[in-house]
Design a protein around this ligand. Structure first.
Ligand code: DC
Length: 240
């Protein structure tokens, strides 16, 4: 799992760094993170998948979010692992040995995940694992608190944003493929609710780190966005 040869004579960027990508829901963080990781031969970690898998476990086991002991006991039963899919070469979230990569994208999970991710015990559990994954650098991790809490010393921090209408449209297209009954209203409400909870919670709220670079992709193509981020990577690596 997660092996990769150190990068790369072609671009002369042999120094490995940590890249954090934070931002609002559905502004393309994971798309950019995957592209950067592929180009740089870095590890990609979707920290949101970890919160989603924990939420799935809590839902399946009726964990009461008001009961600290229940939460702590439940977390002891959870083993999270990213496993690379041999065909797609992308890593997928496994919860206690089960591939849950697709189930965790359901609206049912999305409706609860921000409440679960706001719990101190849950954040401590996830953050400790995320920090271990970055110990050797050469990692791109996306989420909400990666540049502020998980890797406050990361060499390159990106904060992504886009207009809400654009984000709703993108997310709707994604979800509609799996569930044609879904409505734009549902998607919009869910995004707005998650953004609100994620940025107003007590523990590690979504914030732009003071030293993060802002990438607003409302008007950018994927290629323009990727090129901008790669320029920042080159600039940063050159100045280490
Ligand atoms: O990136 P995503 O939409 O898959 O994340 C799902 C939820 O998990 C998101 O609404 C907030 C939470 N999350 C978090 O609190 N901290 C992170 N580092 C990543 C995700």
């Amino acid at each position: 799992m997660f092996t990769g040869t150190p990068f790369t004579f072609a671009t002369g960027m042999s120094k490995k760094i940590i890249i954090t990508i934070d931002g609002w829901s559905s502004c393309g963080k994971s798309t950019l993170a995957k592209q950067l990781a592929k180009k740089l031969d870095y590890l990609y970690v979707d920290s949101g998948a970890m919160y989603r898998a924990i939420t799935l476990y809590f839902l399946r086991n009726n964990v009461d979010l008001d009961e600290k002991k229940e939460i702590k006991d439940a977390l002891k039963q959870i083993n999270l692992e990213f496993v690379v899919n041999d065909k797609s070469r992308l890593s997928e979230m496994h919860l206690n040995g089960e591939n849950v990569e697709y189930v965790i994208r359901d609206l049912l999970v999305a409706e609860k995940v921000s409440d679960v991710a706001a719990l101190k015990e849950v954040r401590e559990f996830a953050v400790a694992q995320q920090q271990k994954m970055g110990a050797k650098k050469g990692i791109v991790m996306d989420g909400r608190d990666i540049g502020t809490t998980v890797f406050p010393n990361a060499e390159l921090k990106i904060f992504m944003t886009a207009d809400i209408a654009v984000r709703v449209e993108r997310r709707f297209k994604e979800l509609f493929e799996k569930n044609p009954n879904i409505t734009i209203e549902e998607v919009k409400n869910n995004l707005e609710m998650r953004d609100y909870i994620d940025s107003n919670r007590e523990v590690s709220p979504l914030r732009k780190a003071a030293d993060a670079r802002v990438l607003d992709n409302t008007q950018l193509t994927e290629k323009q966005q990727f090129d901008t981020a790669m320029d920042w990577v080159h600039e940063r690596v050159k100045n280490i």
